[in-house]
Design a protein around this ligand. Structure first.
Ligand code: M5T
Ligand code: MG
Length: 691
């Protein structure tokens, strides 16, 4: 069969909306939504832990390293009401700040109730007071607490300072352990999340591959005329992987990034709205920049893809037709053409590089500016006492976390693009019309009467290849079809088993339209032997039985009838000799005999034979001739014949010329008629004999 490929398939890509692709892919994910939901839950966990860690750091700094209490400088109605509300935070004229909510702290700050100096808070212990007394440091005992002025504490020698701060130290250790716990939980959750996400992805891929293969098996042969094998293979392998990438690398992490970004914003605002507002000014820039990047990246990416597929197609084509290239000595021309395409791809890649080379450092710059903004505004906040040192440190972490997903955006965007392209290609494949199997008639046994009535057929819907063909074959008879090359002989017989569907007229077997039969049963009753015989990788036996269980006896008998036994017996392992890839290669004649055996072993009621035109040695020729007469007896046969003996012995000869049936009759009748057949006969056979 001739295959015409549409080289620039990527032209079609980009026509389906991304949302449609996504919707369709989600269908495949649906059965596993529970696993997916679980991974999202785990993701939520990791987000919480990751958000929590800087917060723990902040608390550790503010609660243990920094002084936490202040003195009250004045008292009025407002202060009294705050004191009433949070009695636990006040110790006479001292206030422990971490025991107050942020709003109350702010009120105290704004009302200037607080002293400039800060105080460390310690539990009231003899050990501490004795040290403080010994070094004559001022301190206050209030309730069960001890308050020491911030700067005086550093006048102590190391040893005493350590004792005094042991309380803070043990709290710090507790925070450190909490931090470690979060780190560990984050690890566990991330591990489970990655595991279940991959699990989910593999399940979806499994189904997707199944669906694609099922589809490929059911596609009409005409699909394969238009699409090269390599491309179809890519659908079921690489493209499926690309989709997995989309689920695992992009979709899920986008969800995570979304959680994380919102989480960061919430925590930042909770810690310090004043500082957050200043930092948030960067967000519009980031969004605008991302949009701009997306626009350029998409264009550049598409361009690269297009050039890439062009170079792939060209390479593939050049290699598959390497014999032709050699025969016509066209290597230089091919190389010249390749150089052009190669250069186009190079240029497209460079263009894409520009986009990334510009975007990445720009984002990086923005990040550094944002960090500087935190340092500047945060520092100012510390001076003006509305930002604690812990908050300042946490902000630095959060701002880094905030930029990380955006930094990855470029990479994710690439994956997303290629997976959408892959998704689209898969969808287009899955949306192809399957071979129509509209009939449901399953005959026990086909008798073998064939009628073609005014059949019109075109491969492409534009050019009629068969025009108004009408002929009848009675049960058990042999019809030979002759005609010049390209006349439409192979096309005629392809219609019979519905490899292709004709557009006009009727084709009937046993007076029933072939469309009414279940295709499988129709094909079981017909055997096809094509011009070029395909040998599968595997033993000779497997090549004859194909996918069916066939008795050893029947195989033996088929081999005898088709005279294939002789050459098979001479093979190193007889029927078990491996053929195909890395096995033995058969000659044209041997292939022909093998394909006869393949056909006859199924005991078909109708045999359709596209005789090979290639030259075969006289001995094999003789075998084939004998095999043919066995093959053709007891069944209805349509033979596209080149051999004079086959033609002469046929009950009827059809002469097809340019898609029309020109003459019909027996050899003698047609010779007598002295028309096209007589002319063909003279040219083809008499000349051949003279030579
Ligand atoms: C008849 C065209 C071909 C020719 C005409 C198989 C095939 C054929 N054609 C297509 O357009 N697409 C196809 O997939 O149909 O072709 P045929 O029936 O194969 O001719 P033939 O069997 O009589 O010729 P040959 O050389 O086998 O003796 O115009 O282009
Ligand atoms: Mg042909």
């Amino acid at each position: 069969m001739r295959r015409h490929f549409d080289v620039l398939e990527e032209k079609r890509i980009g026509k389906v909306k991304d949302s449609d692709i996504f919707k369709k892919l989600v269908e495949f994910a649906k059965p596993y939504w529970k696993i997916f939901l679980f991974t999202v839950f785990l993701l939520l966990g990791t987000t919480v832990f990751e958000l929590g860690m800087p917060y723990i750091m902040k608390s550790a700094i503010d609660r243990t390293l920094m002084p936490t209490a202040r003195k009250l400088t004045r008292e009025d109605e407002l202060l009294r009401s705050i004191k009433l509300k949070y009695p636990g935070a006040f110790y006479e004229d001292m206030v422990v700040l971490y025991k107050l909510p942020r709003a109350a702290k702010k009120d105290l700050e704004a009302g200037k109730y607080l002293s400039k100096t800060s105080y460390f808070v310690l539990p009231l212990k003899k050990e501490f007071t004795s040290i403080l007394k010994r070094f004559k440091l001022p301190y206050y005992e209030k309730g069960n607490l001890l308050f020491v002025e911030q700067h005086t504490i550093y006048k102590l020698p190391k040893k005493e300072l350590r004792i005094l701060r042991s309380e803070h130290y043990s709290l710090l250790v507790k925070f450190a352990f909490l931090y470690l716990l979060f780190l560990f939980l984050d690890f566990v959750f991330t591990f489970l999340q990655v595991y279940y996400l991959q699990y989910f992805g593999q399940l979806v891929m499994y189904d997707l591959r199944m669906a694609i293969f099922k589809k490929i098996m059911r596609l009409p042969i005409s699909y394969f005329d238009k699409n090269p094998t390599g491309r179809i293979v890519t659908r079921a392998t690489n493209d499926v992987n690309a989709i997995n990438e989309m689920f695992s690398a992009v979709l899920v992490y986008t969800i995570k990034d979304f959680f994380l970004l919102t989480g960061i914003l919430i925590v930042m605002f909770k810690l310090s709205p004043t500082l957050s507002w200043k930092i948030i000014l960067f967000v519009p820039f980031i969004i605008a920049l991302s949009f701009l990047f997306q626009k350029f990246a998409r264009k550049a990416y598409r361009n690269v893809r297009r050039k890439l597929s062009k170079i792939n197609a060209f390479t593939q084509e050049s290699i598959s037709q390497i014999d032709v290239v050699h025969v016509f000595y066209a290597m230089r021309k091919m190389i010249r053409r390749y150089r052009e395409i190669n250069h186009e791809l190079y240029k497209a890649n460079i263009e894409q590089m520009y986009v990334y080379a510009f975007f990445r450092p720009l984002m990086e710059m923005l990040r550094v500016v944002a960090v500087s903004a935190v340092v500047y505004f945060g520092g100012k906040g510390i001076f003006e006492n509305y930002v604690t040192f812990g908050t300042f440190v946490a902000f630095l972490s959060y701002i880094d976390m905030f930029f990380a997903p955006i930094r990855d955006l470029a990479e994710k965007y690439n994956i997303l693009q290629s997976s959408f392209a892959a998704g689209e290609r898969i969808l287009l494949l899955l949306d192809e019309n399957e071979e129509r199997r509209d009939g449901d008639l399953i005959p026990k046994q086909i008798k073998g009467k064939i009628d073609f009535e005014n059949v019109w057929f075109s491969y492409d819907g534009e050019r009629w290849v068969l025009k108004d063909i009408t002929f009848h074959v009675d049960e058990g008879k042999t019809v030979a079809i002759v005609g010049p090359t390209g006349a439409g002989k192979t096309s005629t017989i392809s219609l019979l088993a519905r490899f292709y569907d004709h557009q006009k007229g009727e084709i009937k077997i046993d007076d029933t339209r072939i469309q009414d039969y279940e295709v499988g049963s129709l094909r079981k009753n017909t055997a096809f032997v094509f011009q070029d015989v395909f040998i599968f990788k595997g033993s000779v036996r497997k090549n004859i039985a194909l996918w069916d269980e066939i008795d050893e006896k029947e195989i033996e008998e088929a081999l005898k009838l088709t005279y294939a036994k002789e050459f098979i017996d001479r093979l190193p392992n007889g029927l078990d000799t491996e053929l195909g890839e890395r096995g033995i290669t058969l000659s044209m004649g041997q292939r022909q005999l093998l394909s006869f055996a393949r056909a006859i072993v199924r005991k078909p009621r109708i045999l359709v034979l596209d005789e090979a035109t290639s030259n075969i040695d006289t001995y094999t020729e003789h075998l084939i001739e004998k095999a043919l007469s066995n093959l053709l007896s007891n069944r209805t046969s349509i033979v596209i014949a080149h051999r004079l003996s086959t033609i002469k012995n046929a009950d009827k000869i059809l002469v097809i010329l340019d898609g029309t049936l020109k003459e019909e009759g027996t050899h003698e009748e047609l010779l007598k008629k002295d028309g096209v057949y007589a002319k063909l006969y003279k040219i083809q056979f008499e000349l051949a004999r003279e030579a």
